[in-house]
Design a binder for this molecule. Structure first.
Ligand code: PHE
Length: 345
């Protein structure tokens, strides 16, 4: 009997080695330990043994039963986790084609801004960033536009409500132009200075194909001893020749801005018709860059002596330049967030 128990144990362990699936374990368990199982049948024979042998063999059989039950249940667990592991490994199918990842790219505003920035950088200009939420002082007063000045009406301004406890007593605005950086830059860096300030501006405009309430300008400022209109014209011509990648003709017309004196509108000879006159330009000239020599009062507000220093400033409509370069007919497309539009650049 002892021998028989030993044999059946070996047989079971041998069979267990071949098992692969949890179901097979169950079948095997049933085959041996089930009600009519081989092991159960063997145990039934214990009752026929001698009284001396019964307790000894009985204990052996009982121990073996517990051992086998444990082996089966452990095996069950092991195989189950193994199979789960295998299953999860196969939920990733490496033969499937992966979904295409979209690669982003720069917005046309940024592309053109980067180009212009590079040109000025090569001429020794600093690139400065400034606040979009600006004090009335830097946006208007410092630029020789006092509260009652009619020039304020040219700027449909977004005024921002400020808290009573706000440190500055003055009102804040969304900057209406990048000229707000002129006095900030002079205060910070003094003279000589060559700097450009690209950035977002805001005006409370009724929008149409040519106007938006948010747009980009690129302001430039050069202050030093003996700066004249000749310097302004030379820098503007260098800029435009490089942007349009051909020699362009320019002209200055008088223009009024309280922070420059004299002030100009710089026009470019139309690149579409070559200056003969067409539906885009009318008379052969396109108005592109308002500019002028920095007003002595602005120099003074920047902490410098206007007797000693002079300079020029210009405020290029970056958004307009983007539209001209790419032939975009409606300014609103640029900020529409419509991917069908943006994907074209
Ligand atoms: N800031 C002016 C505007 O937005 C443009 C400008 C800039 C004019 C610098 C002259 C000099 O209309």
């Amino acid at each position: 009997m002892k021998e028989e128990l030993k044999n059946i144990k070996e047989k079971i362990l041998e069979e267990i080695k071949k098992v692969q699936l949890p179901e097979e374990i169950k079948d095997l368990e049933k085959k041996y330990l089930g009600r009519k199982g081989e092991f159960t049948n063997l145990v039934k024979k214990i009752k026929d043994l001698t009284d001396e042998q019964k307790p000894i063999i009985g204990k052996l059989a009982n121990d073996l039963k517990i051992e086998l039950e444990e082996t089966f249940s452990n095996l069950q667990k092991e195989i189950k986790t193994g199979v789960d592991d295998l299953k999860s490994r196969f939920t990733i199918d490496p033969t499937l084609q992966s979904s295409k990842k979209e690669v982003g790219h720069l917005h046309p505003n940024t592309i053109i801004q980067n180009e212009v920035v590079d040109i000025f950088y090569s001429m020794g200009f600093m690139i400065l960033d400034g606040p979009e939420l600006e004090s009335e002082y830097y946006n208007f007063e410092a630029l020789n536009i006092p509260t009652t000045h009619p020039a304020r009406e040219m700027h449909d301004t977004y005024f921002v409500k400020t808290d009573k406890d706000f440190k500055k007593s003055e009102k804040m605005v969304l900057r209406t132009h990048t000229s707000s950086m002129q006095v900030r830059a002079l205060e910070e860096f003094g003279a000589p200075i060559r700097a450009i300030f690209p950035g977002k501006c805001f005006r409370n405009e009724a929008t149409d194909a040519a106007h938006d309430n948010t747009f980009y300008q690129l302001e430039g400022l050069m202050v030093d001893r003996n700066i004249s209109i000749a310097n302004l014209v030379s820098v503007m011509n260098t800029l435009l020749t490089q942007i349009f990648k051909k020699e362009v003709k320019t002209r200055l017309r008088p223009g009024y801005f309280p922070f420059v004196e004299p002030g100009f509108e710089l026009d470019v000879n139309c690149l579409i018709c070559g200056g003969k006159g067409c539906s885009v330009c009318g008379d052969g000239w396109v108005e592109l860059i308002p500019c002028g020599l920095v007003h002595p009062r602005v120099i003074e507000n920047g902490g410098l002596d206007p007797q000693e220093y002079s300079g020029f400033a210009f405020g290029m409509g970056l958004t307009r330049l983007v539209m001209m370069k790419y032939g975009i007919e409606d300014i609103r497309l640029l900020q529409s967030g419509d991917l069908r539009f943006t994907r074209q650049f």
